[in-house]
Design a binder for this molecule. Sequence first.
Ligand code: A2H
Length: 270
Amino acid sequence: EGVGVQEYTGIKLQVLMDELTGAEHVKDVPVGQALTTPEFQKALAGRNLYLVAGTLRPETMYGQTNCFAGVDIAYGIYAVNDKEAWVCTPRSARNMAFQKLFGEPGSMKKLGEVKGIDLVGVPLKAPLAKYERVYTLPMEGVLANKGTGVVTSVPCDSPDDYITLQDLKKKAAYYNVQPKWVEPFADSFPSIIRTPNYGDRAAETAVKKFKINSQKDKLQLSEAKAEVYKEGFYQGTVIIGNHAGKTVQEAKPLIRDELIAQGLAFPYCE
Ligand code: A2H
């Protein structure tokens, strides 16, 4: 671990609460039950609920296809103000409290708890994503002690996200994951960044180049990640959205600032 401060962007993915109880959902696969209990709804008191994902690549948010949670991770649900509550690890919530994200420095109000497994299938509205709704899916590699413990998935530019989504597409019924939570997204995701050596789908190119077959190929994955990161950051051009044509280095702070100004994201450090 380096000594520097890691500057994340917290991305707010809004839980589509109305849909959790709606007919749209598969009745024999109950979803988000911990979030629909009368007790929790009472504590939530009409606030909008968000899964907050920590990312280092805010400029890729156009390419979000889903959100990842760790099935065994214990998340807390914290009031931000009267209008919002956030789902994240207790560790990150403490950091957020000291970064004054919940009002007075250090102040925190916990409304409830939820295990990652209970978030699988929860529908979300992801900022800048082309899809009206994306779903929460399980990922083995989510670390409880990094970021918020919630990872937003960009298969176009993250080898981890790409291979996990492909794994889930192959493995039907893994943690009750439904095909409709995965299939519409796994191959038809949009391209965000053009690179000279890895094309417009850098993560997919790298996964093939390094012969990665599943999430278990950890060594090749870390090489692929490093390559894609370098390629995108130093040589990438954004090809979507209102900063299309700018280099990644130019566009990144602009897109980040816009997301923050629109209340769709926040700065988070650790
Ligand atoms: B990145 P660093 Cl497009 N567990 O966001 C595992 N991974 C986590 C995490 C956790 N608790 N919290 C965040 N991350 C991921 C986008 C992205 C990311 C792209 C490409 C590369 C990339 C979309 N996922 O990261 O160890 C998040 O994924 C490559 C490293 O603090 C976050 O940024 O450097 C990144 O890891 C933070 O990793």
